[in-house]
Ligand binder design. Sequence first.
Ligand SMILES: Nc1ncnc2c1ncn2[C@@H]1O[C@H](COP(=O)(O)OP(=O)(O)O)[C@@H](O)[C@H]1O
Ligand SMILES: [Mg+2]
Length: 376
Amino acid sequence: MERTSKTAIGLMSGTSMDGVDAAAVRIYDDYNFEFISGHSLKYPDDVRTKLLEIANNNAVTSDICFMDFVTGKLFAQCANELIEKAGLNPKDVDYIASHGQTVFHIPEDKSIGNITAKSTLQIGNISVIAELTGITTVGDFRSRDMACGGQGAPLVPFADELIFKKDKNRAIQNIGGIGNVTVLSKDCDTFAFDTGPGNMLIDGVMHELFNLPYDKDGQIAAKGQIDNEFLNRLLTEDYYKKFPPKSTGRELFNDIYLQNILQNSPENKYDTVASVTALSAKTIADAYKNFVLPKTSLDEIVLGGGGAYNRTLKNLIRDYTQLPVKTHADFNIDDKYKEAIAFALLGFCTLNHTPNNLPACTGAKKKVIMGVVAYS
Ligand SMILES: Nc1ncnc2c1ncn2[C@@H]1O[C@H](COP(=O)(O)OP(=O)(O)O)[C@@H](O)[C@H]1O
Ligand SMILES: [Mg+2]
């Protein structure tokens, strides 16, 4: 009997706010999948600036309202460009699954009156995407997990379990704006959490000191020396000591945070980039030591996300953990499109009415079907 499959497009934009990544994927009923093609759309500078203002709490409600539709249009454009590039017929794409653009995430309980809630907001309106692509679009994945007590993050471990078999004990370490790890081991249930900053502070420092968006291949960091006194001060941040489940974002590691750390940074700007790069690597290594190794040994690390291209960061992670460091590319998965693929898989479950959160990773009280649908 022929296997049935769906053709999907996953859309992702993370906390780096660099732009939209789209992955076309064929997904079979047994959850095996084939990557068809990927495409990225960089946010126009003005759009990125406005999104950063929103994420830094420096925007007004009308900005959020407007940018929901603006980003919806950009997500749709990215999907349409991918369809064209991959030579797909839009009619053959069964659905789009869009993470959206997180502009605010409050994973801890907050109270007003006598009401307590966790909350999150991803913009990139799915009705706009469905309209402009003509394709049924799934979005708003995180809310349902949070509605039942979860952190709404991380969601990608669901896909990690499908992609990697548990033949080795692995730390699947994504390095987007924030770093997050999924621990896949024979010795324990899958768990995951945000380790701390990934590229976010590196990008911020690069912007402030070099007027560049990021440290390409880690070349600037490689020219500097790590200032251990500065690094040790950065490591006193409380987030690193918190036990998982835990998640973080621009709400903590934002512009104010960046300006604060720059006040006491080394005189040599290359040393500042080297030290902030070391912060990402060290917090990853410390997170393994404190929260992973007590539960399971690790055989290797698999890096993903844009930070996988930062060679200085990769070398530091290897030095601090003393573990072999691979990337998704070693498993035939494009590091850039892995999270977009993950959302295509999550959307597959939504449309099949299959629970797709992992309570052990998010802290939710139960398994739920995440995702909301805008029909074509
Ligand atoms: N060649 C590269 N060298 C170093 N860093 C890179 C490179 N390419 C991308 N990056 C980093 O990756 C980030 C984007 O990563 P991404 O996985 O898209 O993160 P997010 O999920 O937060 O959007 C960029 O902001 C940049 O910091
Ligand atoms: Mg990105």
